[in-house]
Design a protein around this ligand. Structure first.
Ligand code: PMP
Length: 418
C-alpha cells in the first residue's frame, strides 16, 4: 500500500469530529483547519460540559467540608487521581501530584529534588531539543548551586546523538531531564534507553511528556522514569491543570515546594509538620473544576481505540511530509525516523511569520517561530519554522488544503528579484 494513500485509515474521523464543537467554527469566513495542536488541543463537548456542570451544580471547596456539596466535589476531585494513576499506569495514586502544567512540574522538581541533591560542581543533563520550560528551571538551579548544565546534542535530522551519552553521563550527573516528544520537530526520543543508562549509574530521569501523552500510550512503570509530567490542555483537557508523576520513594524524600494549607499535617509558630505525599506538594485550594474536567478528558481518551487514533495521526504525518516535501521551496525541518504528528518546515526566501499570516487568511491555524525551543533553531541555523501539528480529529482533506495553500503562499509571497 502506498504511504501516501489517504484512504487507508479505518479510524472514523467524521464521527470523532462531532465531539469537538470548535471544529465547526469559521476563521476569516473559511472553515477552520486547526493545525496548532502541539500548542494546545481542542476540547470535546464532554470536557467543556464538565466545567460548567461543576460550577452549576456542585461548586464547593474540597476536603475540609462536611456538607453535601463539598463531599460531592471532593469525591469527584479524588477520583481523578485514580484515573491519572490508571492512565499513566503508576503504582499508586500517591505518586500523582496535580500541578498547573508541565512547566510547573519541572519547576517543582528542580526546586525540591534539584535544590536538595544538586551541589557545586555537579551536573544536570538535558537534550538539545528541550522546550524552554525544560531548560530554564535547570539553568536557574545550576546558577544558584554552581553546577553545570550539559546537553545531549542532536544531528541535522533532529535525532539525539545517543553515542555521546556515555561521555556525557559522569559521576557528577545528579539528574537527567529529557523531552519525550519534541514540540518543534516531532522527534520521539529513545527515553527508555536513556533511563536504562542513567539508572545503571543511579541517576534519576525526568521525562517531559507534554507532547507524548496525547500521541502515545504512557506506562511509567514500563518506562521506569523517576518523574513524568504532562499538561492537561495538550490532551483534550483544560488549561491550568497538569500532573507530575514521581516515584513515591523520591517524592517522600523531597522537601515541599510551596507552603500553605492542605500541604501540612500540623502547624505551630515554632514548627510545621508536612502532610504525606502527594498532598505535601499541593498547597492551597486546588484547581478543582479543571481537575474534574481533566478526568473527563482522560475518560474520553481511554474509551477511544487509541491504536487506531494514533495510526490515523501517523498516516496524516506521512501524507503531509510526502506532499509538502514535493513542493519546490519547502524544506522539512525534523525528519527523524521516529516521529509524532508534527511537521515543521521552512520556505525558501519567505519568512515563516508571513507564511503563517497567509495561511491564517485561508482559515488554516499553524504556528510560526521558534516554538519555545530557541536552541533548536540556533543548532539548525534557522530563525524559526512553520509548524503544523495534527491530532486524531484532523483529516487528509485538511492536509490537502494545507499543501495547496503552502504552494500558493510561495507563489504569492516570493520576493520578485530584479
Ligand atoms: N514541554 C514541551 C515539549 C512542550 O511542548 C510544552 C508546551 N508547548 C511544555 C513543555 C510546557 O507546557 P505548559 O506550557 O503546558 O506548561
Amino acid at each position: 500500500m502506498s504511504t501516501t494513500d489517504k484512504n487507508i485509515s479505518v479510524f472514523d474521523v467524521a464521527q470523532v469530529r462531532k465531539d469537538f464543537p470548535i471544529l465547526l467554527e469559521k476563521a476569516h469566513g473559511k472553515p477552520l483547519i486547526y493545525f496548532d495542536n502541539a500548542a494546545t488541543s481542542q476540547k470535546p463537548q464532554v470536557v467543556i460540559d464538565a466545567i460548567s456542570n461543576y460550577y452549576s451544580h456542585y461548586n464547593a471547596n474540597i476536603h475540609r467540608g462536611v456538607h453535601f456539596l463539598s463531599q460531592k466535589a471532593s469525591n469527584a476531585f479524588d477520583d481523578v487521581r485514580f484515573k491519572v494513576k490508571h492512565f499513566l499506569n503508576s503504582r499508586s495514586e500517591r505518586e500523582i501530584i496535580f500541578v498547573r502544567g508541565t512547566t510547573e512540574a519541572i519547576n517543582l522538581v528542580a526546586s525540591t529534588y534539584g535544590r536538595k541533591n544538586v551541589h557545586a560542581g555537579d551536573e544536570v543533563l538535558i537534550t538539545a531539543m528541550e522546550h524552554h520550560s525544560n531548560i530554564v528551571p535547570w539553568q536557574l538551579l545550576c546558577e544558584e548551586k554552581g553546577a553545570k548544565l550539559k546537553v545531549i546534542p542532536m544531528n541535522d535530522s533532529g535525532e539525539l546523538m545517543m553515542e555521546e551519552l556515555e561521555f556525557l553521563i559522569t559521576d557528577k550527573t545528579k539528574i537527567i531531564s529529557v523531552v519525550h516528544t519534541s514540540n518543534s520537530l516531532g522527534t520521539i526520543n529513545p527515553v527508555k534507553e536513556i533511563i536504562v543508562k542513567a539508572h545503571a549509574k543511579g541517576i534519576p530521569v525526568f521525562v517531559d511528556g507534554a507532547q507524548s501523552t496525547v500521541h502515545s500510550v504512557i506506562d511509567v512503570q514500563e518506562l521506569d522514569c523517576d518523574f513524568f509530567a504532562f499538561s492537561g490542555h495538550k490532551m483534550l483537557g483544560p488549561t491550568g491543570i497538569g500532573c507530575l508523576y514521581g516515584k513515591a520513594e523520591l517524592l517522600e524524600q523531597m522537601p515541599p515546594y510551596m507552603g500553605g494549607g492542605e500541604m501540612i499535617s500540623a502547624v505551630s509558630f515554632e514548627k510545621t509538620t508536612f502532610n504525606e505525599v502527594p498532598f505535601k506538594f499541593e498547597a492551597g485550594t486546588p484547581n478543582i473544576a479543571d481537575v474534574i474536567a481533566l478526568g473527563v478528558a482522560i475518560d474520553y481518551l481511554m474509551q477511544m481505540d487509541r491504536t487506531e487514533a494514533l495510526a490515523h495521526e501517523h498516516e496524516l504525518l506521512k501524507y503531509a511530509m510526502h506532499h509538502l516535501s514535493k513542493i519546490e521551496g519547502v524544506r522539512l525541518i525534523g525528519t527523524a525516523l521516529n516521529k509524532a504528528s508534527v511537521v515543521s518546515f521552512v520556505l525558501k526566501e519567505i519568512n515563516a511569520f508571513d507564511a503563517g499570516m497567509y495561511l491564517d487568511t485561508k482559515g488554516i491555524a499553524v504556528r510560526t517561530g521558534h516554538h519555545c525551543t530557541e536552541p533548536i533553531m540556533t543548532r539548525l541555523n534557522i530563525p524559526g519554522t512553520i509548524r503544523a501539528s495534527f491530532l486524531f480529529y484532523n483529516t487528509f482533506e485538511e492536509v490537502d488544503a494545507l499543501v495547496d495553500h503552502v504552494a500558493k503562499a510561495i507563489a504569492f509571497l516570493k520576493p520578485q528579484h530584479a
